[in-house]
Design a protein around this ligand. Structure first.
Ligand code: FAD
Ligand code: DHB
Length: 389
């Protein structure tokens, strides 16, 4: 088989790139290790920056999102029983929207299927060959049969545990990593959200986040120990712990119910440089991970796709490789700022096991400065709504 762009990974990055390229008449094949249902069953991000919203519209998949998403003009930050609001719209003129990654992925799959785009599921043993030559190709197995795709370019959209990053020799890539000594335990429940905006809560017992998907679907997270597993937490224990970490008045109106999903994610900051090797480009989680505080994971994947998509279109339409040649540099410049923001928000709001009383006072001073200083709020708001592409 031959295609112009072979895309490894059928998560949001790979699907979005494939759909955008299709709109410009550029052919691609997506290779996905899992089934479609498995990919759609993963509950992940929930907040989209307007840059990503625009990209979804450009890809022709904005219709349901525009109808069903919820605009958020601000967010609440609480510490103990104190709380304040960051007004994104007043501070930046922009906002974010609530629209789950599951919905983004569902819309993209639907569009790819409608356009008869080629997606191969259940692929195994994917190998990227001759990426540093003019004639790269990808081999894989499906149902025990080996197959080969020849292509002009390979887009590595296969997440943190994928094969694309590992294909780049260690001599050409450098990895930067920071692990955090805690995770997030998240639940999804068919209950009305406790508040119409998100609440990022710092407390003596650790961080909590009240998020949502729609008027009757809530997403809540609590900071947990890395040694915890979801089975350790009954629904009752989760709700009890959440209530102790958010302001009393919010805890009193919290509607609880059975969880329909419960999972733990470790927190990590990670960047690999460069994001290109020959004709192989890394996008999204394959190249970088942020801790989830600040909702940047999916949004940074989208900005990578924006740069790569525009570079590929420029190449195919004019023969000019400037866009793809500067891909890594442009993507990384934005990524590092999102890394900084996510690290800062994580550090601001979580309890770290080794914090002493001095550290706690500094953390409190940081929060109180944010509460009282419009410029500090503006810095948070600009980063939260998303830095320009
Ligand atoms: P992925 O979504 O990881 O997609 C990669 C795809 O490639 C997968 O479908 C995978 O099956 C496939 N694949 C992997 N290896 C291979 C291979 N060898 N061959 C073929 N296919 C392969 N972000 C937020 O902003 N907020 C959140 O609350 C949040 N929660 C998260 C919770 C978890 C548990 C995780 C892991 C991430 C979370 N994120 C969150 C981050 C966000 O979901 C990711 O940034 C986003 O999914 C990145 O999209 P992606 O397409 O680059 O990678
Ligand atoms: C969600 C996750 C986040 O990490 C975040 O900062 C905001 C919202 C969510 O899953 O809804």
């Amino acid at each position: 088989m031959r295609t112009q762009v072979c895309i490894i990974g059928g998560g949001p990055s790979g699907l979005l790139l494939s759909q955008l390229l299709h709109k410009k008449g550029i052919d691609s094949v997506v290779l996905e290790r899992k089934t479609k249902d498995y990919v759609l069953g993963r509950i992940r991000a929930g907040i989209l920056e307007t840059g990503m919203v625009d990209l979804m519209r450009e890809a022709g998949v904005g219709e349901r999102m525009d109808r069903e998403c919820i605009v958020h003009d601000g967010t609440v930050i609480s510490y103990g029983d104190e709380e304040f609001r960051i007004d994104f719209t007043e501070l930046t003129g922009s906002h974010v929207v609530v629209y789950g990654q599951t919905e983004v992925t569902r819309d993209l799959y639907e569009a790819r299927e409608k356009a008869e785009g080629k997606i191969v599921f259940n692929v195994e043993n994917v190998q990227i060959k001759d990426a540093d030559s003019d004639a790269p190709y990808v081999t894989y197995e499906v149902d025990g049969t080996e197959a080969r795709i020849d292509c002009d370019f390979v887009a590595g959209c296969d997440g943190f545990h994928g094969v694309s990053r590992q294909t780049m020799p260690l001599s050409v890539r450098k990895e930067y990593e920071k692990l955090y000594p805690f995770g997030w335990l998240g639940i999804l429940s068919e209950t009305p959200p406790v508040h119409d905006e998100l609440i990022y809560a710092s407390s003596e017992r650790g961080f909590a986040l009240c998020s949502q998907r729609n008027a009757n679907l809530s997403r809540y997270y609590i900071q947990c120990s890395l040694s915890d597993s979801p089975e350790d937490w009954t629904d009752a224990a989760f709700w009890e712990e959440l209530k102790r970490r958010i302001p009393t008045e919010a805890a009193e109106r919290l509607v609880t119910g059975p969880s329909i999903e419960k999972s733990i994610a470790p927190l990590r900051s990670f960047v690999t440089e460069p994001m290109r090797w020959g004709r192989l480009f890394l996008c999204g989680d394959a190249a970088h991970i942020v801790p989830p505080t600040g909702a940047k994971g999916l949004n940074t994947a989208a900005s990578d796709i924006h740069y790569l998509y525009n570079g590929l279109v420029q190449y195919y339409q004019t023969g000019d490789s400037e866009g793809i040649d500067t891909y890594s540099e442009k993507a990384l410049a934005r990524i590092w700022k999102a890394e900084r923001f996510s690290w800062w928000m994580t550090t601001l709001l979580h309890r770290f096991p080794d914090q002493n009383e001095f550290d706690l006072k500094i953390q409190l001073a940081d929060i109180e400065f944010l509460r009282s200083n419009r410029d500090a709020q503006s810095v948070l708001a600009q980063n939260y709504i998303g830095l320009p592409y």
